[in-house]
Write a protein that binds this ligand. Structure first.
Ligand SMILES: [Zn+2]
Ligand SMILES: [Zn+2]
Ligand SMILES: [Zn+2]
Length: 292
């Protein structure tokens, strides 16, 4: 073991390359949540599917704790975890990547026939095919095939070989059903064609146009300022904050248009669109649920 880099060494090298990482414990699974986060009591982190306010400093919530920040990775809270870690995982979606996880030889054979060649990494019984571009994750899209990207972690098994190709339509199509399912509450599916908020979409809003517009511009600026990281979480926070201003309005207040503007701002600083949409939709829904 003396010549093998420790999981922390490997993690720091990946983080320096912009890949969010997390430790895995024996059994090659993420560490359990701390007491405060147990069973999701904290509500979860802002970047999760069901976004919550958790700011726990420990590596709780699996992939959602993945970080590129060396200060976080080497913090005292993470230190005991690294001592027990046996492997490193990464959050492919957070690095703008998609891993097609092929569990066995049959799945690999299918990929060779069906998918464009890209960078591949051997796994215990199969291969990871890694594409440039993020998408919704989905398990068992075919026998032995998982898609790991947003809201998933993948084990780091080395850099692999081959040139990374752009995420092809053939891979996106594997989970297309999930992508086109209307969202609960209809937030994203009821988006009007108009992309900017104005008074005509807010016939039941009790605020002045100036008030709404000023708050929205301030929120958009906060999202656009997150050019390095955190724009997705910021988009969630801004959506929740702005939606909360309208909980006493009879409505409609044009929240879908407000959401669209926040999504555009997040996408403009590099947040994958699907991720941005989910963060904003969760923010809007959270505000509404709190008010209910
Ligand atoms: Zn925690
Ligand atoms: Zn938590
Ligand atoms: Zn309103």
């Amino acid at each position: 073991m003396t010549t093998t880099p420790t999981p922390l060494d490997a993690a720091l090298a990946l983080a320096a390359a912009g890949v969010p990482v997390l430790p895995l414990r024996a059994g090659k699974v993420p560490f359990g949540n701390c007491r405060a986060c147990k069973d999701g009591a904290c509500g979860g982190r802002p970047n999760m599917k069901s976004a919550g306010p958790c700011r726990c400093l420990a590596p709780c919530h699996a992939w959602a704790a993945a970080s590129t920040d060396p200060h976080v990775l080497t913090s005292p809270v993470w230190a005991p975890v690294w001592r027990e870690a046996v492997a490193v995982a990464y959050h492919p979606g957070g690095a703008g990547l998609t891993v097609v996880d092929l569990d066995n030889a049959a799945a690999v054979a299918w990929a060779r026939e069906t998918l464009p060649p890209t960078r591949t990494v051997p796994t215990t019984r199969g291969e990871h095919w890694i594409y440039q571009g993020a998408m919704t994750s989905s398990n068992s899209v075919r026998p032995g095939v998982d898609i790991k990207s947003l809201t998933q972690y993948a084990r780091w098994l080395g850099p692999g070989t081959g040139r990374m190709a752009l995420l092809p339509a053939a891979v996106r199509a594997l989970v297309v059903k999930e992508d086109t399912t209307p969202r609960r509450g209809g937030v994203a599916s009821s988006l009007p064609p108009r992309a900017t908020w104005d008074r005509t979409v807010a016939t039941g809003c009790r605020h002045t146009e100036r008030y709404v517009r000023t708050g929205l511009e301030r929120g958009l600026a906060q999202v656009r300022a997150r050019t390095e990281s955190g724009a997705g979480s910021q988009a969630f926070g801004v959506a929740r904050f702005l939606a909360a201003q309208h909980t006493a309005c009879p409505g409609p207040c044009g929240l879908a248009s407000i959401g669209e503007e926040i999504v555009s701002a997040a996408v403009s600083v590099g947040v994958p669109e699907a991720y941005a949409r989910r963060a904003v939709a969760n923010g809007l829904e959270t505000a509404v649920e709190r008010a209910a």
